[in-house]
Design a protein around this ligand. Sequence first.
Ligand code: ATP
Ligand code: MG
Length: 316
Amino acid sequence: MLYCYAYLCIVFGVLGEEQGLDEQGLDEQGMPLADAGAKAAVLVEALPYIRRFWGKVVVVKYGGSAIGHESEALASFAQDVALLRALGMVPIVVHGGGPQIGAMMARLGKVPEFKEGLRVTDAETLDIARMVLVGKVNREIVTAINVHGSLAVGVSGEDAGMIQAIPRDPALGFVGDIARVGPELLSRLLAQDLVPVVATIGVDEAGQAYNINADIAAGAIAKALSAEKLVFLTDVEGVRADPADPESLVSSLTAADLDYLLGRGSITGGMVPKVASALDAVASGVAQVHILDGRVPHALLLEFFTRSGVGTMVVA
Ligand SMILES: Nc1ncnc2c1ncn2[C@@H]1O[C@H](COP(=O)(O)OP(=O)(O)OP(=O)(O)O)[C@@H](O)[C@H]1O
Ligand SMILES: [Mg+2]
Protein backbone atom coordinates (compact mmCIF):
# COMPACT_ATOMS: atom_id res chain seq x y z
CA MET A 1 0.00 0.00 0.00
CA LEU A 2 2.86 2.38 0.86
CA TYR A 3 4.45 1.56 -2.47
CA CYS A 4 1.21 2.52 -4.20
CA TYR A 5 0.98 5.78 -2.38
CA ALA A 6 4.55 6.64 -3.36
CA TYR A 7 3.70 5.72 -6.95
CA LEU A 8 0.69 8.03 -6.89
CA CYS A 9 2.93 10.85 -5.64
CA ILE A 10 5.25 10.29 -8.59
CA VAL A 11 2.38 10.22 -11.09
CA PHE A 12 0.77 13.36 -9.74
CA GLY A 13 4.23 14.88 -9.91
CA VAL A 14 4.39 13.86 -13.58
CA LEU A 15 0.96 15.41 -14.19
CA GLY A 16 2.31 18.58 -12.63
CA GLU A 17 5.26 18.55 -15.00
CA GLU A 18 2.92 18.03 -17.96
CA GLN A 19 1.13 21.17 -16.88
CA GLY A 20 4.38 23.12 -17.26
CA LEU A 21 5.83 22.91 -13.74
CA ASP A 22 9.50 22.23 -13.21
CA GLU A 23 10.82 20.39 -10.17
CA GLN A 24 11.25 23.64 -8.22
CA GLY A 25 7.52 24.33 -8.64
CA LEU A 26 8.05 27.16 -11.13
CA ASP A 27 6.06 27.38 -14.34
CA GLU A 28 7.59 28.09 -17.76
CA GLN A 29 7.56 31.81 -16.99
CA GLY A 30 9.47 31.23 -13.74
CA MET A 31 6.43 31.96 -11.57
CA PRO A 32 6.10 29.90 -8.35
CA LEU A 33 3.07 27.72 -8.85
CA ALA A 34 3.34 24.48 -6.95
CA ASP A 35 0.96 24.66 -4.07
CA ALA A 36 2.35 21.88 -1.94
CA GLY A 37 -0.74 21.91 0.26
CA ALA A 38 -3.07 21.47 -2.70
CA LYS A 39 -0.95 18.67 -4.11
CA ALA A 40 -0.88 16.91 -0.78
CA ALA A 41 -4.65 17.32 -0.49
CA VAL A 42 -5.13 15.56 -3.85
CA LEU A 43 -3.01 12.66 -2.64
CA VAL A 44 -4.75 12.47 0.71
CA GLU A 45 -8.12 12.51 -1.05
CA ALA A 46 -7.00 9.53 -3.17
CA LEU A 47 -5.94 7.32 -0.27
CA PRO A 48 -9.37 5.96 0.80
CA TYR A 49 -10.18 5.12 -2.82
CA ILE A 50 -6.91 3.24 -3.23
CA ARG A 51 -7.75 1.23 -0.12
CA ARG A 52 -11.36 0.69 -1.22
CA PHE A 53 -10.41 -0.76 -4.62
CA TRP A 54 -7.19 -2.52 -3.70
CA GLY A 55 -7.21 -6.00 -5.36
CA LYS A 56 -10.70 -5.45 -6.78
CA VAL A 57 -11.72 -6.17 -10.37
CA VAL A 58 -12.84 -3.03 -12.19
CA VAL A 59 -14.28 -3.21 -15.71
CA VAL A 60 -13.87 -0.21 -17.97
CA LYS A 61 -15.86 -0.07 -21.20
CA TYR A 62 -14.09 2.29 -23.57
CA GLY A 63 -16.47 3.52 -26.25
CA GLY A 64 -15.28 3.71 -29.82
CA SER A 65 -16.78 7.19 -29.84
CA ALA A 66 -14.39 8.34 -27.09
CA ILE A 67 -11.29 6.63 -28.53
CA GLY A 68 -11.10 8.68 -31.68
CA HIS A 69 -12.15 11.97 -30.12
CA GLU A 70 -8.68 13.54 -30.24
CA SER A 71 -5.20 12.24 -30.82
CA GLU A 72 -4.32 12.49 -27.09
CA ALA A 73 -7.49 10.75 -25.84
CA LEU A 74 -6.21 7.20 -26.15
CA ALA A 75 -2.85 8.07 -24.57
CA SER A 76 -4.60 9.66 -21.58
CA PHE A 77 -6.89 6.65 -21.17
CA ALA A 78 -3.93 4.24 -21.41
CA GLN A 79 -2.05 6.18 -18.74
CA ASP A 80 -5.07 5.98 -16.43
CA VAL A 81 -5.42 2.22 -16.92
CA ALA A 82 -1.72 1.70 -16.18
CA LEU A 83 -2.11 3.82 -13.06
CA LEU A 84 -5.14 1.85 -11.82
CA ARG A 85 -3.09 -1.32 -12.21
CA ALA A 86 -0.06 0.17 -10.48
CA LEU A 87 -2.27 1.26 -7.58
CA GLY A 88 -3.44 -2.29 -6.94
CA MET A 89 -6.70 -2.33 -8.89
CA VAL A 90 -7.40 -5.19 -11.31
CA PRO A 91 -8.67 -3.53 -14.49
CA ILE A 92 -10.30 -5.25 -17.46
CA VAL A 93 -10.84 -3.10 -20.55
CA VAL A 94 -13.75 -3.88 -22.87
CA HIS A 95 -13.92 -1.73 -25.97
CA GLY A 96 -16.35 -0.72 -28.66
CA GLY A 97 -15.55 0.60 -32.09
CA GLY A 98 -18.78 1.79 -33.70
CA PRO A 99 -17.31 4.85 -35.47
CA GLN A 100 -14.25 2.88 -36.56
CA ILE A 101 -16.42 0.13 -38.09
CA GLY A 102 -18.59 2.80 -39.72
CA ALA A 103 -15.51 4.51 -41.20
CA MET A 104 -14.21 1.26 -42.64
CA MET A 105 -17.62 0.43 -44.09
CA ALA A 106 -17.73 3.86 -45.71
CA ARG A 107 -14.28 3.26 -47.21
CA LEU A 108 -15.58 -0.01 -48.60
CA GLY A 109 -18.77 1.59 -49.87
CA LYS A 110 -21.18 -0.16 -47.47
CA VAL A 111 -24.02 1.77 -45.84
CA PRO A 112 -24.46 1.00 -42.10
CA GLU A 113 -27.95 0.23 -40.81
CA PHE A 114 -29.08 0.32 -37.16
CA LYS A 115 -32.14 -1.02 -35.34
CA GLU A 116 -32.57 0.19 -31.73
CA GLY A 117 -28.88 1.03 -31.41
CA LEU A 118 -27.73 -2.30 -32.75
CA ARG A 119 -25.88 -2.63 -36.02
CA VAL A 120 -27.57 -4.83 -38.63
CA THR A 121 -24.79 -7.27 -39.46
CA ASP A 122 -24.69 -9.32 -42.67
CA ALA A 123 -21.76 -11.69 -43.33
CA GLU A 124 -19.68 -8.96 -44.95
CA THR A 125 -20.38 -6.46 -42.14
CA LEU A 126 -19.42 -9.10 -39.60
CA ASP A 127 -16.09 -9.58 -41.41
CA ILE A 128 -15.48 -5.83 -41.36
CA ALA A 129 -16.51 -5.48 -37.70
CA ARG A 130 -14.25 -8.33 -36.67
CA MET A 131 -11.27 -7.01 -38.61
CA VAL A 132 -11.69 -3.51 -37.24
CA LEU A 133 -12.38 -4.51 -33.62
CA VAL A 134 -9.87 -7.34 -33.23
CA GLY A 135 -7.27 -6.24 -35.78
CA LYS A 136 -7.25 -2.48 -35.35
CA VAL A 137 -9.00 -0.95 -32.32
CA ASN A 138 -7.93 -3.72 -29.93
CA ARG A 139 -4.30 -3.48 -31.11
CA GLU A 140 -4.25 0.29 -30.70
CA ILE A 141 -5.51 0.14 -27.11
CA VAL A 142 -3.12 -2.68 -26.17
CA THR A 143 -0.17 -0.83 -27.65
CA ALA A 144 -1.10 2.44 -25.94
CA ILE A 145 -1.29 0.75 -22.51
CA ASN A 146 1.96 -1.12 -23.07
CA VAL A 147 3.84 2.15 -23.45
CA HIS A 148 3.64 2.08 -19.63
CA GLY A 149 5.00 -1.46 -19.18
CA SER A 150 4.28 -4.93 -20.47
CA LEU A 151 0.78 -5.00 -19.08
CA ALA A 152 -1.96 -5.43 -21.64
CA VAL A 153 -3.00 -8.50 -23.60
CA GLY A 154 -5.60 -8.22 -26.33
CA VAL A 155 -8.23 -10.95 -26.57
CA SER A 156 -11.37 -11.50 -28.59
CA GLY A 157 -14.51 -12.98 -27.08
CA GLU A 158 -13.84 -15.89 -29.45
CA ASP A 159 -10.72 -16.84 -27.48
CA ALA A 160 -10.96 -19.85 -25.14
CA GLY A 161 -14.76 -19.76 -25.06
CA MET A 162 -14.94 -16.36 -23.39
CA ILE A 163 -18.08 -14.94 -25.01
CA GLN A 164 -20.51 -17.67 -25.95
CA ALA A 165 -23.16 -16.23 -28.24
CA ILE A 166 -26.62 -16.99 -29.54
CA PRO A 167 -28.27 -15.15 -32.42
CA ARG A 168 -30.51 -12.32 -31.28
CA ASP A 169 -32.95 -11.77 -34.11
CA PRO A 170 -32.76 -12.89 -37.77
CA ALA A 171 -33.55 -9.29 -38.80
CA LEU A 172 -30.23 -8.17 -37.25
CA GLY A 173 -28.10 -10.85 -38.97
CA PHE A 174 -24.98 -11.86 -37.06
CA VAL A 175 -25.75 -9.84 -33.94
CA GLY A 176 -25.45 -12.04 -30.89
CA ASP A 177 -26.78 -12.12 -27.39
CA ILE A 178 -24.51 -13.48 -24.70
CA ALA A 179 -25.38 -17.03 -23.66
CA ARG A 180 -22.54 -17.16 -21.15
CA VAL A 181 -19.26 -15.46 -20.30
CA GLY A 182 -16.58 -18.04 -19.58
CA PRO A 183 -14.44 -16.27 -16.96
CA GLU A 184 -11.50 -18.71 -17.05
CA LEU A 185 -9.31 -16.98 -19.65
CA LEU A 186 -9.77 -13.58 -18.00
CA SER A 187 -9.09 -15.05 -14.55
CA ARG A 188 -5.86 -16.61 -15.80
CA LEU A 189 -4.69 -13.35 -17.34
CA LEU A 190 -5.53 -11.45 -14.15
CA ALA A 191 -3.66 -14.03 -12.08
CA GLN A 192 -0.59 -13.20 -14.17
CA ASP A 193 -0.99 -9.47 -13.38
CA LEU A 194 -1.95 -8.74 -16.97
CA VAL A 195 -4.61 -6.30 -18.16
CA PRO A 196 -7.03 -8.00 -20.57
CA VAL A 197 -8.34 -5.82 -23.39
CA VAL A 198 -11.45 -7.45 -24.84
CA ALA A 199 -12.88 -7.10 -28.35
CA THR A 200 -16.49 -8.22 -28.16
CA ILE A 201 -16.89 -10.76 -30.91
CA GLY A 202 -18.72 -13.84 -29.61
CA VAL A 203 -19.00 -17.33 -31.04
CA ASP A 204 -21.75 -19.98 -30.98
CA GLU A 205 -21.39 -23.71 -30.42
CA ALA A 206 -20.99 -24.33 -34.15
CA GLY A 207 -18.16 -21.79 -34.42
CA GLN A 208 -20.18 -19.01 -36.03
CA ALA A 209 -18.97 -15.55 -34.95
CA TYR A 210 -21.36 -12.77 -33.88
CA ASN A 211 -20.97 -9.08 -33.24
CA ILE A 212 -21.83 -8.48 -29.58
CA ASN A 213 -22.72 -5.04 -28.29
CA ALA A 214 -19.73 -3.96 -26.19
CA ASP A 215 -21.88 -2.32 -23.49
CA ILE A 216 -23.77 -5.55 -22.90
CA ALA A 217 -20.54 -7.56 -22.99
CA ALA A 218 -18.90 -5.23 -20.44
CA GLY A 219 -21.82 -5.71 -18.04
CA ALA A 220 -21.77 -9.48 -18.49
CA ILE A 221 -17.99 -9.59 -17.94
CA ALA A 222 -18.33 -7.43 -14.81
CA LYS A 223 -20.91 -9.87 -13.45
CA ALA A 224 -18.93 -12.99 -14.40
CA LEU A 225 -15.76 -11.65 -12.74
CA SER A 226 -17.62 -10.25 -9.69
CA ALA A 227 -16.32 -6.77 -10.47
CA GLU A 228 -16.53 -4.07 -7.82
CA LYS A 229 -16.97 -1.29 -10.32
CA LEU A 230 -18.04 -0.87 -13.95
CA VAL A 231 -17.36 2.36 -15.82
CA PHE A 232 -18.63 3.25 -19.28
CA LEU A 233 -16.54 5.91 -21.03
CA THR A 234 -18.45 7.46 -23.91
CA ASP A 235 -18.67 10.69 -25.95
CA VAL A 236 -21.26 12.49 -23.85
CA GLU A 237 -21.03 13.70 -20.25
CA GLY A 238 -23.54 11.09 -19.04
CA VAL A 239 -27.23 10.34 -19.49
CA ARG A 240 -29.26 13.40 -20.42
CA ALA A 241 -32.96 13.81 -19.64
CA ASP A 242 -33.15 15.69 -22.95
CA PRO A 243 -30.63 14.25 -25.45
CA ALA A 244 -30.26 17.65 -27.11
CA ASP A 245 -29.58 19.56 -23.86
CA PRO A 246 -26.12 19.20 -22.23
CA GLU A 247 -27.49 20.93 -19.12
CA SER A 248 -29.96 18.08 -18.51
CA LEU A 249 -27.37 15.61 -17.14
CA VAL A 250 -28.98 13.01 -14.88
CA SER A 251 -26.46 12.53 -12.06
CA SER A 252 -28.11 9.42 -10.66
CA LEU A 253 -30.38 7.01 -12.51
CA THR A 254 -32.58 4.11 -11.34
CA ALA A 255 -34.51 1.47 -13.31
CA ALA A 256 -37.69 3.50 -12.78
CA ASP A 257 -35.97 6.63 -14.16
CA LEU A 258 -34.85 4.63 -17.17
CA ASP A 259 -38.38 3.38 -17.87
CA TYR A 260 -39.65 6.93 -17.64
CA LEU A 261 -36.94 8.33 -19.96
CA LEU A 262 -37.35 5.46 -22.45
CA GLY A 263 -41.13 5.92 -22.39
CA ARG A 264 -40.86 9.56 -23.45
CA GLY A 265 -38.20 8.81 -26.09
CA SER A 266 -35.32 10.56 -24.27
CA ILE A 267 -32.91 7.63 -24.42
CA THR A 268 -32.12 6.39 -27.89
CA GLY A 269 -29.43 4.76 -30.02
CA GLY A 270 -26.21 3.74 -28.33
CA MET A 271 -27.36 4.93 -24.91
CA VAL A 272 -30.07 2.22 -24.70
CA PRO A 273 -27.78 -0.84 -24.39
CA LYS A 274 -25.41 1.13 -22.13
CA VAL A 275 -28.06 1.99 -19.57
CA ALA A 276 -29.68 -1.46 -19.79
CA SER A 277 -26.32 -3.12 -19.17
CA ALA A 278 -25.53 -0.72 -16.32
CA LEU A 279 -28.83 -1.45 -14.58
CA ASP A 280 -28.41 -5.19 -15.04
CA ALA A 281 -24.92 -4.95 -13.50
CA VAL A 282 -26.07 -3.07 -10.38
CA ALA A 283 -29.00 -5.47 -9.97
CA SER A 284 -26.48 -8.33 -10.09
CA GLY A 285 -24.25 -7.00 -7.35
CA VAL A 286 -21.69 -4.78 -9.10
CA ALA A 287 -21.33 -2.15 -6.37
CA GLN A 288 -20.69 0.93 -8.50
CA VAL A 289 -21.65 1.65 -12.11
CA HIS A 290 -20.95 4.97 -13.83
CA ILE A 291 -21.43 6.44 -17.31
CA LEU A 292 -18.84 9.16 -17.95
CA ASP A 293 -17.43 11.41 -20.63
CA GLY A 294 -14.36 9.58 -21.93
CA ARG A 295 -13.35 12.66 -23.94
CA VAL A 296 -12.35 14.45 -20.73
CA PRO A 297 -8.62 13.89 -20.14
CA HIS A 298 -8.04 11.51 -17.22
CA ALA A 299 -11.78 10.99 -16.71
CA LEU A 300 -11.01 7.62 -15.10
CA LEU A 301 -8.59 9.10 -12.56
CA LEU A 302 -11.09 11.75 -11.57
CA GLU A 303 -13.83 9.14 -11.13
CA PHE A 304 -11.69 6.71 -9.15
CA PHE A 305 -9.65 8.99 -6.94
CA THR A 306 -11.60 12.14 -6.23
CA ARG A 307 -14.84 13.05 -4.52
CA SER A 308 -16.04 15.08 -7.49
CA GLY A 309 -18.95 13.07 -8.83
CA VAL A 310 -18.87 13.18 -12.61
CA GLY A 311 -21.26 11.73 -15.16
CA THR A 312 -24.22 9.51 -14.32
CA MET A 313 -24.18 7.05 -11.45
CA VAL A 314 -26.51 4.10 -12.01
CA VAL A 315 -28.19 2.76 -8.87
CA ALA A 316 -30.36 -0.29 -8.25
N1 ATP B 1 -30.50 10.52 -23.21
C1 ATP B 1 -29.28 10.47 -23.74
N2 ATP B 1 -28.24 11.01 -23.07
C2 ATP B 1 -26.98 10.98 -23.58
N3 ATP B 1 -26.67 10.42 -24.78
C3 ATP B 1 -27.67 9.87 -25.50
C4 ATP B 1 -29.02 9.85 -25.01
N4 ATP B 1 -29.79 9.23 -25.93
C5 ATP B 1 -28.99 8.88 -26.94
N5 ATP B 1 -27.71 9.24 -26.71
C6 ATP B 1 -26.59 8.99 -27.62
O1 ATP B 1 -25.80 7.92 -27.16
C7 ATP B 1 -24.48 8.14 -27.65
C8 ATP B 1 -23.47 7.23 -26.92
O2 ATP B 1 -23.58 5.91 -27.42
P1 ATP B 1 -22.63 5.39 -28.62
O3 ATP B 1 -22.99 3.98 -28.89
O4 ATP B 1 -22.66 6.35 -29.75
O5 ATP B 1 -21.17 5.53 -27.99
P2 ATP B 1 -20.25 4.42 -27.29
O6 ATP B 1 -21.09 3.26 -26.85
O7 ATP B 1 -19.46 5.13 -26.27
O8 ATP B 1 -19.28 3.96 -28.46
P3 ATP B 1 -19.23 2.48 -29.15
O9 ATP B 1 -20.64 2.11 -29.50
O10 ATP B 1 -18.35 2.64 -30.32
O11 ATP B 1 -18.64 1.58 -28.11
C9 ATP B 1 -24.28 9.62 -27.42
O12 ATP B 1 -23.28 10.16 -28.24
C10 ATP B 1 -25.66 10.19 -27.76
O13 ATP B 1 -25.72 10.62 -29.09
MG1 MG C 1 -22.28 2.13 -28.27
